[in-house]
Design a protein around this ligand. Structure first.
Ligand SMILES: Nc1nc2c(c(=O)[nH]1)N[C@H]1C(S)=C(S)[C@@H](COP(=O)(O)OP(=O)(O)OC[C@H]3O[C@@H](n4cnc5c(=O)[nH]c(N)nc54)[C@H](O)[C@@H]3O)O[C@H]1N2
Ligand SMILES: Nc1nc2c(c(=O)[nH]1)N[C@H]1C(S)=C(S)[C@@H](COP(=O)(O)OP(=O)(O)OC[C@H]3O[C@@H](n4cnc5c(=O)[nH]c(N)nc54)[C@H](O)[C@@H]3O)O[C@H]1N2
Ligand code: SF4
Ligand SMILES: [Mo]
Length: 708
């Protein structure tokens, strides 16, 4: 039976014959508060109501959120395990599917060693599940090869924050404080389309006089409302940030007291920004001197400012440097650790924050511990009940797992909650790698493009069919509630991992009867780590509208504002970044004369598996297109709606042209929410950031021709 759960204090919400269940949207890191409407008789999800009393989003939702419920009982849901026989999927029983997995996993490990198996996870899952993915890989399968889709998402933000601030929490301040900010410096974030429910806070602040600066090669709906739009070339953020800091330093906008007391490396930074005069910065970035100076003055003169960024600056070969530099801008102004000011990256996926902290990453263990630290291994082993020497070593990053497949080291992959056949860079290589696997398993609730490559597809539950917690983009831990019973024979991801663990003879390490039991183990596993959830209980989340980590004990209030007195580094000081300018991995050449960048539209989510199955969203945006400036279009004699053929060093595709002045003349932009021949990731570059191993989704050199 489903439960009737409405947040206490919420009135007049019950419909005739319907239950309302309070939860959060399954899509982006905003995690908008909502009530799901369920028909009491049929148990089916029939609609949604925004939750007006949710303090972060206050009744606002976007087109994806209001239609998300339509995927829950969707006719294309996978209802039984599928096994590929003679190239065709055939419905099977769980028994048969698990037999096949057990047989293949054991055989491959006997022939090629423990590390022949691998797991590719995702962060659209709850904390409880994300935590279990790491444990499943290392304890149930005993392999070192585990990584996840957050590598393509938050890894550069994580790397940059670790370097500068010592702790990676996406936002140093709670969202409702944004209203009291004087200046937003937003780089590579299309907030209006990708985190739409944040915009209300920006408007409120602007009603009080706040200014907005946006750095983006496109005039997005976010850039359109800015006071200054820094229309930089993709891949030049480090020059831009250095250029802004050059003006802060040379014109006396640095908070010297804060920097002296709380930061390291100020002298190095002063030296490294010296060469970034407005003229040189303009020359590298393509932004006018006037705009650079104006932006620096607005930012430098604002008493309270927030530097915000997202994948535009992070999905670059220098993503970690970019994050460190933009964070340093906030530090120079003495903004981090104070009211209504600070630094924030827009966490992408629903649980992009929590999911990156608890051990899905190749080198990480729960609580943001490190797998190469013997003390950390000892602690987590004790919680898991294994011997520390049985803990596998660090694996490799998401894209590099495909290199391991190509080398014949990884022979099998279990993809849980990701669709890399669409979302990983250099698609042709990814597809070829999947074909090379001896055996492939996918857990999903739809037959994604990745699932089509699998030998076995295991039907999982959606966000509405299980409970747990997620951590939103502020760092606030919140409750996801079970809305209805699973469809068909679908099982939760945790049950699936548990069943496979049993088959691998490791069932005793996965004894859970329900989600709260996993949560109890999880919060203990995080205890004492940088991301400490120990003090956060389901009861507290309920009573307090979520609790911010770190929260080391039940009587600790949680930490809405980070770094009030000290940073997470060993000496408690922030490390300013002194970083020289370096070109992106690929620059336009004679053969590939233009820059291609990629990203999102408001109507679709990531690889599109869910939103392409939602009729309203498909009506609004049925297919990909290439945004192109009229100047560039005229050079190729292109009209709006014509088709172009694009080619990079890695692949080619054809796509419709959308002519718009809202993009730099030398750039093209294609959204990436479609698969197969419509996937822009056939073109994207796998140049990896040296620290975060983030691929350069945002910059590729491309040639184009008109399709006649
Ligand atoms: N509608 C929608 N919302 C989403 C998602 C979705 O798929 N659809 N996905 C969620 C997830 S997982 C994520 S990670 C976030 C992503 O959120 P965002 O990062 O805001 O989204 P993107 O469109 O990838 O990129 C943002 C902007 O970066 C710009 N850009 C490109 N190259 C550069 C550059 O070199 N420098 C700078 N400064 N800017 C550049 C692009 O023009 C684009 O407008 O959104 C989340 N929300
Ligand atoms: N060119 C280009 N490529 C990009 C990006 C870009 O900006 N440009 N951005 C990158 C970014 S930031 C991200 S986050 C990635 C994301 O890319 P993906 O990791 O591919 O993300 P999704 O499309 O959400 O895929 C999730 C899959 O899991 C399923 N799923 C959803 N919830 C659950 C669940 O609870 N359990 C299970 N088992 N399955 C579930 C969905 O049906 C879907 O098939 O794409 C990256 N790729
Ligand atoms: S903003 Fe994000 S969380 Fe909110 S409704 Fe839209 S997709 Fe869902
Ligand atoms: Mo993401």
């Amino acid at each position: 039976m489903t439960q009737f759960v409405v947040k206490p204090g919420t009135k007049n919400l019950q419909h005739r014959g319907e239950k309302l269940i309070t939860t959060h949207c399954c899509y982006c890191g905003m995690q908008c508060g909502m009530h799901i409407r369920v028909n009491e008789k049929s148990g089916k999800v029939v609609g949604v109501e925004p939750r007006y009393d949710w303090p972060v989003t206050m009744g606002k939702m976007c087109p994806k959120g209001v239609t998300a419920y339509q995927t829950v009982d969707h006719e294309e849901r996978i209802k039984k395990p599928l096994i590929k026989k003679n190239g065709q999927f055939v419905e099977s029983t769980w028994e048969e599917a698990l037999d096949l997995i057990e047989k293949n996993y054991k055989k491959l490990q006997a022939e090629h060693g423990q590390n022949a198996l691998s797991v590719f996870g995702g962060v659209s899952m709850t904390n409880e599940k994300c935590y279990l993915v790491g444990k499943y890989a290392r304890v149930a399968l005993g392999t070192r090869f585990v990584d996840y889709n957050g590598r393509f998402c938050m890894s550069s933000a994580a790397g940059g924050f670790m370097k500068t601030l010592g702790i990676d929490r996406g936002s140093t301040l709670p969202w409702p404080e944004l209203e009291h900010t004087d200046c937003f410096f937003m780089a590579g974030s299309n907030t209006a389309e990708c985190h739409p429910t944040t915009i209300q806070w920006l408007w409120r602040a602007r009603d009080k006089g706040a200014k907005m600066i946006v750095a983006d090669p496109r005039e997005t709906p976010t850039a359109r409302i800015a006071d200054v739009h820094l229309d930089l070339k993709s891949g030049t953020d480090s020059a831009l940030a250095n250029g802004i800091m050059h003006i802060l330093v040379s014109e006396g906008y640095v908070d010297e007291k804060y920097v002296n007391e709380r930061c390291n490396n100020y002298e190095e930074l002063q030296r490294s920004v010296k060469e970034f005069t407005p003229e040189r910065t303009a020359q590298i970035t393509g932004v006018s001197v006037d705009k650079i100076v104006k932006a620096a003055h607005i930012f430098g003169r604002s008493p309270r400012s927030v530097v915000m960024f997202a994948r535009g600056v992070e999905q670059q070969m220098k993503g970690v440097d970019n994050v460190s530099l933009y964070t340093s801008m906030a530090l120079l102004r003495g903004q981090i650790g104070k009211f209504a000011s600070g630094v924030a990256t827009f966490t992408g996926q629903g649980n992009g924050q929590g999911g990156r902290e608890h051990g899905q990453k190749a080198d990480a263990l729960p609580g943001y511990r490190k797998i190469d630290n013997p003390e950390h291994v000892k602690y987590v082993s004790s919680v898991w009940g294994i011997k520390p020497e049985d803990m596998p070593k660090a694996g490799v990053s998401a894209y590099e797992m495909f290199d391991e497949i190509q080398r014949g080291n990884i022979r099998s992959m279990h993809v849980i909650c990701s669709n890399p056949a669409v979302s990983a860079p250099n698609n042709n290589y990814i597809w070829d790698s999947f074909k090379k696997l001896d055996f492939m398993v996918v857990s999903d609730f739809f037959l994604s493009e990745t699932a089509e490559f699998a030998d076995v597809v295991l039907p999982t539950t959606t966000w509405a069919e299980d409970e747990g917690t997620t951590t939103n983009l502020e760092g606030r831990v919140i409750r996801i509630r079970k809305v209805k019973e699973p469809i068909g024979e679908a099982k939760t991801d945790w049950e699936i991992m548990q069943l496979i663990a049993e088959r691998m003879g490791k069932g005793e390490f996965f004894p859970y009867k329900n989600v709260p039991e996993i949560y109890e183990e999880f919060r203990l596993a995080s205890k004492g780590g940088k991301a400490d959830y120990y003090g956060i209980t389901y009861d507290r989340i309920e009573k307090e509208d979520g609790v911010f980590w770190p929260c080391p004990s039940e009587d600790h209030p949680g930490t809405p504002t980070m770094f009030r007195d000290s940073f997470g580094t060993p000496d408690g000081k922030a490390n300013l970044a002194a970083v020289a300018w370096q070109e992106p991995g690929e620059v336009p050449s004679k053969e590939f004369p233009h820059t291609l960048t990629t990203g999102r539209v408001v109507f679709h989510y990531l690889s599109g598996t869910q939103t392409r199955r939602t009729p309203f969203l498909m009506e609004q945006c049925p297919e990909p297109y290439a945004e192109m400036h009229p100047e560039l279009a005229s050079r190729y004699a292109l009209q709006d709606g014509d088709f172009i053929h694009l080619e990079t060093k890695r692949g080619e595709m054809e796509v419709k042209v959308r002519i718009t002045k809202a993009i730099r003349e030398d750039h093209l932009f294609i959204p990436y929410h479609w698969g197969k021949e419509l996937s822009v990731n056939k073109l994207t570059s796998p140049a990896l950031d040296p620290t975060s191993r983030m691929p350069e989704f945002k910059v590729a050199a491309v040639k184009i021709k008109k399709v006649l």
